[in-house]
Ligand binder design. Sequence first.
Ligand code: HEM
Length: 423
Amino acid sequence: MHDQPQPAPPTAPDLFTWEFASNPYPAYAWLRDHAPVHRTTLPSGVEAWLVTRYADARQALADQRLSKNPAHHDEPAHAKGKTGIPGERKAELMTHLLNIDPPDHTRLRRLVSKAFTPRRVAEFAPRVQELTDQLIDAFLDKPEEQGTADLIHEFAFPLPIYAICDLLGVPREDQDDFRDWAGMMIRHGGGPRGGVARSVKKMRGYLAELIHRKRSDPGDDLISGLIRASDHGEHLTENEAAAMAFILLFAGFETTVNLIGNGTYALLTHPDQRARLQQSLAAGDTGLLETGVEELLRFDGPVELATWRFATEPLRIGGQDIAAGDPVLVVLAAADRDPARFPDPDLLDLSRTDNQHLGYGHGIHYCLGAPLARLEGQTALATLLRRLPDLQLAVDPEELRWRGGLIMRGLRTLPVTFTPPAR
Ligand code: HEM
């Protein structure tokens, strides 16, 4: 009876419900099978195409006819400014890599790549390890509720914020301000309203002042590197520099929080895989950690949908006609579970090697921070498992709540228990 193919349900599953936020994968499987390029109405009221198959997703991410500039959005007049599409208000900080096309994108990306070198990231490894250990020490030293922690708020959330601040050259004494502003942005989903708008404004003011200071007193940090790069012939306005610092914070922050959060959750709910990883780490082997973090990104990555793209001319994706001006959202989480690309896609296999996942995107907007994200993800997970070997979820997985945002996928909280190590 179970071998009989089930007839397809007549209509597409409900998207963007709480149930969908907890586990969107069955709905994505349906879309891949029945409506791989699917027009939907988003909670904001905007209509957009969702691309769910791996081959179509990869092609769309590399298609230069899909612009990142929101000016190409053919928005109905009544919805102007209300769609929630970042950048539509042309705020200064919004003129950044993820909202622009070549040639501006090529120029800005070249500048930031010069300052954001693999060498700089590699040199940063001891600092990431130190931050990781300090955050674990802090929740081990709590006088109350010994042996418990919320790994999102006490660990995954502060780690990337301090790491990026250090990298940019934000002085240590100012980093807690960033933690507060970022907290406001993550709690309220990043829309340009109320407390979020105030946080963005404060961040902008702070960054403008910092850039000004670094111009006369440069250091060995990323912002000084950006200023140096722009002073060597290529032009970077102060606005562009502030927008660049902002996108590095913004793109590198919630994503890494969710890599650590989703990754830890996946390990805690797959005890066989977690045991394999603990054994290989105990034997001093980091091979499984490296393939494992890539697999965690494929299996339940932080970026569920790639950022907005807009058709600049009529085009076809996966046999579907798309009109000029239409928004296109590539569903990375669906593409990365496509059985046409990944054998047993719903299986978590930390040793998977043929794993060209789209968790960091593809094409000219491929994640600039991937080396830093890998460093932070690997350090955080390995250190947690080493220092807290009996780490367990403190609640039933059903009780966990996932954030309901459109682009990111991540947990609101991750309560855990462990035996505090003797110190
Ligand atoms: C696990 C963590 C991360 C994930 C999963 C991730 C994922 C992504 C994805 C999917 C994109 C492409 C979006 C698109 O094409 O629509 C992207 C772009 C980008 N990411 Fe990351 N990211 C992570 C961490 C970071 C970090 C740590 C930084 C920097 C500090 C960073 C900086 C950027 C920037 C600047 C872009 C825009 C690149 C461009 O438009 O040329 N990301 N990231």
